[in-house]
Design a protein around this ligand. Structure first.
Ligand SMILES: *Cc1c(COP(=O)(O)O)cnc(C)c1O
Length: 388
């Protein structure tokens, strides 16, 4: 194979937009409602029924959706929420927004998901909720996690930003937790440019999320404390403007039609990586828990000190120089300067910390071809054989 460096950067993730998506957006632009219209509900219903639950509440982004879930769960000052050390900032920032305290649990060394035993170990009389994250697209151990939650009377908010379309023990992500968050950022499984959603089967959470998304307001006659007239609305809690537009929702509806095909393509590409990368010394490939069927948001490889092509940093820099948009997911959240200032100490979650030292995320998105995969694999082999 020709081993010259490719001329353009292969990104680590990228959206797939087609003519149907563009037409769906144009339709809304030509209609009466570009925000607060009927397309929002159509999108919410589509994602909720895909997930096997009754309600969906769309938000301006996944982070706002997580904030809403923490509000609905009643998180406030003095409350502790257990989440994984290995996640994006938003999974624990949402607890801080509500004045609560994030408590970090370590990961399992094989799946990189939050370890249910570590959750148990962190529970105190102040614990109110658990936020598991389906890391890289592989669902966390939701059966054990929901059992722990029942035992201690905790709310489970699943951060499924990575795992739309995945299933766990034969059931779709979205139907396991009390509330499940999806993100529609362009690198995620479907996109609305920016966007997020909470899906839930719980009517009370649903109503709280609706209010929270729109200033804490309601116009529902059954919720109003008095009847001032037909113009009347009430603010019953402190909410935000976290609404999604109908323009975005139209894109979301159209993207949902392609979700299963996107996930299938990601699974095929992940399989190709596995077939082509296995056997290279010093490389740890992702493992699949037998209970899960990942939707493969990320394909992450650990380059251990046995890898012949250099340190993690050297490998990363060389791959970038070969125009491969590698990434690292993630520095354990509590090692961020902001969290260090809050008093979290290095060494808190040793498995997540040692994972971080070796991890590199390889490009993975539905538009990739087998040729792209071959390029990445050949570059890694070049490094292993001291040819680059
Ligand atoms: C993307 C992501 C979020 C936040 O979603 P946004 O839509 O970007 O706000 C939260 N948690 C995880 C794990 C994510 O990957």
């Amino acid at each position: 194979m020709d081993m010259s460096v490719r001329s353009t950067m292969l990104p680590y993730g990228q959206q797939w937009l087609d003519e149907a998506d563009i037409q769906a957006v144009v339709q809304v632009l030509k209609g009466d409602f570009i925000t607060q219209g009927p397309t929002i509900q159509a999108f919410e219903q589509k994602v909720a029924s895909y997930s096997g639950v009754k309600y969906g509440v769309a938000f301006s982004n996944g982070t706002a959706a997580l904030h809403g879930a923490c509000f609905a769960a009643g998180i406030g000052p003095g409350d502790e929420v257990v989440t994984t050390a290995l996640t994006f900032l938003a999974s624990s920032n949402c607890v801080l927004y509500q004045g609560g305290t994030p408590v970090f649990a370590d990961i399992q060394p094989d799946t990189y998901n939050i370890d249910p035993n570590q959750i148990e170990a962190k529970i105190t009389s102040s614990t109110k909720a658990i936020i598991p994250v389906d890391f890289s697209g592989q669902p966390a151990e939701m059966e054990q996690i929901t059992a722990i939650a029942r035992k201690h009377n905790l709310v489970v908010i699943e951060d499924a930003a990575h795992s739309l379309g995945a299933d766990y023990r034969g059931r779709k992500v979205g139907s396991w937790a009390d509330m499940t968050m999806f993100s529609f950022h362009p690198v995620k499984h479907i996109t609305t440019a920016e966007g997020g959603m909470i899906v839930t089967d719980n009517e009370q959470f649903y109503k709280k999320l609706l209010q929270f998304r729109s200033h804490g307001m309601t116009r529902d006659p059954q919720e109003l404390t008095k009847d001032e007239g037909p113009w009347y609305y009430e603010m019953q809690s402190l909410g935000y403007n976290y609404r999604m537009t109908d323009i975005q929702a139209a894109l979301g509806v159209s993207q949902m039609n392609k979700l299963d095909a996107f996930v299938e393509k990601r699974r095929e590409l992940a399989f190709l990586y596995e077939q082509k990368l296995k056997g290279i010394p010093g490389i740890i490939l992702p493992t699949q828990h037998p209970d899960t069927h990942s939707s493969w948001h990320l394909y992450i490889v650990q380059f251990t000190p046995d890898f012949k092509g250099g340190t993690r940093r050297e490998v990363f820099e060389k791959l970038r120089n070969m125009n491969i948009g590698v990434n690292v997911h993630y520095l354990p959240v509590y090692l961020q300067p902001y969290y260090q200032d809050l008093g979290y100490k290095e060494g808190l979650c040793p498995i997540a910390e040692s994972y971080y030292k070796n991890a590199i995320t390889l490009p993975l998105y539905p538009k990739m071809s087998e040729k792209d995969i071959d390029y990445v694999v050949e570059c890694i082999k070049r490094l292993a054989n001291h040819l680059a």
